[in-house]
Design a protein. Structure first.
Length: 479
């Protein structure tokens, strides 16, 4: 008889609890639900893709050890990921198999994971006569769906056009549909969304997403291997062809030429073409005129920078989808959305660094932390806090003379203030441990490291100490 999965997971948790901070435990382990144990494979349900990736990146060694301890060398782990489709709470879990004995494989779990879109290797098997069309892998990332694409003034036209195309591929006047806009505004996401929608409504249609770089590389390879005809053939039998970032075709005459022929063939046969680019056709340089004029045949729709309201909505959706609602307050979301107005990718990046910061430094995700992070990592305009300044604030706060802090004295209250100064210097300046040590009583780097650990530990265990740190944090960051 196998042990019960809840018991096994409980034992794992008790080990894990001792090995991670309480904040990390709360954030990354409490939301996990064990769901079954079969043949030494323990299946854990996690709230999102992001969550799974985070565990894999930061805690896999620990997980592996605890699983082996509980289930022996045969012990394996599988994740079941809840995919939030929309706000109606319809979630369909899918499973990723993680062999716990091979770390390398972890990066590429085999089952329905988003494909590596940057991978340049050719996955499309060139068509061999007689090969069934359905064998083409669409290369679509299931996370880039319409459901996950927030509508706003910035994308209304492009989104609506994309939707119309998805309802009637090749049957609207939006052919080609060209989506253009700056980096990180959602061109790739929207083009995938159209593909996903078509695949779900017309499962028999052959949809293919390809980046222009990959298309170019495949073409070059086909020339080298003397099978250009196979290459052209393959692309001519696609029903919905999505080519991302066509601006990279600029100056590549041969590639443009072959694309021109493929384009014509598809267009004449009523197939749908979807393109993305960083600018509208009128501004594109390095393109043959005949190709540019074809880009203008259908509809060119732009994506603009989202306004505050849309940015908030995008972050909320992300926070919801990643199961972080209880961890990040609305204030923090609004602050991020307010501070980062450039593009959606940076907005998401900020959210992820904030999570990382909070988890690494064992801090709760507060507005203070968000402010601090934005200043340090995003705006890059933040006033550099100096070690001297930190020492001064700490001394003022504890009413200690600065000379004492800089001296070698080992009086208890001075030692603690010195450790706190070291801790803040490490968190808030770019100085090395050695430099910090030098400034704080001529200590070495190991002493500074020890100080940081001590402060971290005390913050977890001593409420009063934690208040000191929070107060000082405010005083140092906000003047
Ligand atoms: P681009 O291809 O224009 O550089 P991407 O499509 O890669 O931009 O988008 C960058 C990130 O922002 C992606 O993670 C994407 O999911 C997200 N994103 C962009 N627009 C939206 C939106 N309207 N709603 C939700 N997420 C979005
Ligand atoms: Mg893109």
């Amino acid at each position: 008889m196998e042990k019960s999965f809840t018991k096994v997971w409980e034992s794992c948790l008790s080990v894990i609890k001792d090995n991670v901070s309480s904040q990390s435990y709360k954030t990354w382990f409490e939301p996990i639900k064990p769901i079954k144990l079969t043949n030494s494979v323990l299946t854990l349900q996690v709230p999102s893709q992001f969550f799974y990736e985070w565990l894999e990146e930061h805690y896999i060694v620990l997980l592996k050890k605890t699983i082996k301890k509980e289930l022996g060398n045969e012990g394996r782990l599988e994740y079941s990921i809840i995919m939030e489709n929309n706000y109606n709470n319809t979630s369909k879990p899918y499973t990723v198999k993680i062999p716990t004995n091979n770390k390398k494989e972890l990066k590429n779990p085999s089952v329905s994971m988003p494909i590596d879109l940057n991978n340049n290797s050719i996955r499309n098997p060139f068509i061999i006569p007689g090969l069934k069309k359905v064998n083409v892998d669409s290369q679509l990332n299931p996370n880039y769906s319409f459901d996950n694409f927030i509508e706003g003034d910035c994308n209304r036209l492009a989104r609506a056009a994309g939707f119309a195309v998805a309802e009637k591929p090749g049957g609207t006047s939006f052919n080609p549909l060209l989506i253009y806009g700056g980096v990180g505004l959602g061109k790739t996401h929207l083009s995938h969304a159209i593909g996903i929608q078509i695949k779900s409504e017309f499962p028999n249609k052959t949809v293919l997403y390809v980046s222009s770089e990959k298309f170019t590389q495949q073409y070059i390879d086909s020339v080298r291997n003397n099978n250009q005809n196979d290459f052209i053939h393959f692309y001519q039998m696609i029903d919905v062809l999505i080519i991302d970032d066509v601006q990279y075709f600029a100056g590549k005459e041969k590639t443009q030429d072959v694309f021109f022929h493929i384009f014509n063939h598809l267009h004449q046969s009523g197939k749908q073409i979807i393109l993305t680019a960083d600018k509208p056709p009128v501004e594109m340089q390095g393109f043959e005129q005949r190709l540019l004029s074809r880009f203008k045949w259908g509809l060119a729709a732009d994506l603009q920078t989202p306004n505050l309201e849309t940015r908030v909505a995008i972050l909320q959706k992300k926070v919801y989808a990643d199961g972080l609602v209880d961890i990040i307050s609305y204030d923090v979301i609004e602050y991020l959305a307010y501070s980062i107005s450039t593009n959606v990718r940076e907005l998401e990046g900020a959210l992820i660094s904030l999570l990382a910061q909070a988890s690494m430094n064992k801090k709760a995700i507060t507005l203070e932390l968000a402010k601090q992070m934005i200043d340090k990592f995003v705006k890059n305009t933040a006033r550099e806090v100096s070690i001297d300044y930190i020492q001064k604030v700490v001394c003022d706060y504890f009413e200690l003379p600065l000379e004492l802090l800089k001296s070698k004295t080992r009086k208890r209250e001075v030692v603690q203030a010195r450790q706190i100064a070291m801790y803040f210097s490490k968190c808030m300046t770019k100085s090395s441990l050695a430099t910090i040590g030098l400034h704080c009583g001529g200590k070495d780097h190991a002493t500074v490291l020890h100080a940081c650990r001590t402060v971290n530990n005390l913050m977890d265990t001593d409420k009063r100490f934690k208040t000191y740190i929070d107060d000082l944090n405010k005083k140092i960051t906000i003047q």
